[in-house]
Design a protein around this ligand. Structure first.
Ligand code: GDP
Ligand code: MN
Ligand code: MN
Ligand code: MN
Length: 252
């Protein structure tokens, strides 16, 4: 058994309006059931989610948080602009985004963008993944899955990893419940975070710096799913999220 992770080489610096599906298809011949993993950074660039820090005008809540934490009120305003709920203000902002993803700084990013600029994550990464996926399938004539990724920290462990923030034609979770283990016992709770695992694998080739590899093809795994999927299927229901409940207690 094996699968491949293939870096798409020689992708240029990406700008607003660039045609990512064509840029990808000009550089690699896609095959049926390939999983196209795309860094959210370049999706955000094509969608024009680029803001100049000095142009951001902080509102009341951002000014309050800045006063409490000593952080740049303009950066906090950028984070709040994409947040639905703030759980932690310092030493980092831990928020749930408007799209429902819980992460540090709402995914607002200062890396791999010109000095003085901020990159906001795509507003709806599922929609971005679908748009890119439909176009990639049209150009290539192949059956494809897409995962839009970002780099996130983890609770309890140091070190960041690639995670899925938007998907197309792949299920985010593989349910093992009901399957047998090596000794014939029935598995009762295990669900495997397929999309995040693939994002992590692809991130090994992307890295976080000047590598210039924002797109990785995963080939040789059969996770193609013909139908609508959403990364929201992987968000823990609010009433079962004990960590969020605990953080709300600390905050209030
Ligand atoms: P994020 O995880 O979505 O925030 O993306 P990163 O900032 O970690 O970048 C992931 C990879 O994409 C790295 O290899 C970067 O060098 C690369 N990258 C970012 N922007 C561009 C771009 O505009 N063009 C190219 N070719 N690579 C880029
Ligand atoms: Mn980045
Ligand atoms: Mn990022
Ligand atoms: Mn990254």
């Amino acid at each position: 058994m094996k699968f491949e992770a293939i870096a798409v080489e020689k992708i240029p610096l990406i700008h607003k309006g660039d045609d990512l599906p064509s840029i990808i298809c000009e550089r690699i011949e896609l095959q049926d059931r390939d999983i196209i993993v795309i860094a959210s950074t370049i999706v955000a660039k094509t969608e024009g989610e680029i803001f100049r820090l000095e142009d951001i005008i902080p509102e009341e809540q951002a000014l309050e948080i800045a006063a409490r934490t000593g952080k740049d009120a303009r950066f906090i305003q950028a984070v709040l602009a994409r947040s639905r709920e703030v759980f932690v203000e310092a030493p980092f902002m831990l928020v749930t985004t408007l799209a429902g993803h819980t992460c540090v700084n709402a995914g607002v990013d200062e890396s791999n963008i010109e000095h003085g600029f901020l990159l906001y994550p795509p507003e709806n990464s599922d929609a971005s993944a679908s748009k890119l996926g439909n176009e990639l399938e049209r150009i290539s004539g192949k059956k494809l899955s897409v995962i839009v990724t970002d780099t996130n920290g983890r609770a309890f462990k140091i070190g960041q990893t690639g995670v899925a923030i938007g998907i197309f034609k792949i299920k985010p979770i593989k349910r093992w419940i009901g399957e047998k283990d090596l000794f014939g016992k029935t598995l009762e709770i295990t669900e495997e975070a397929i999309a995040d695992e693939l994002a992590g694998a692809a991130n090994l080739l992307m890295g976080e710096g000047a590598g210039g590899i924002p797109v990785v093809i995963i080939r040789g795994l059969d996770y193609y799913f013909e139908g609508n999927t959403s990364i929201k299927e992987s968000y823990r229901p609010e009433d079962m999220d004990v960590l969020k409940k605990g953080l709300r207690c600390l905050r209030n």
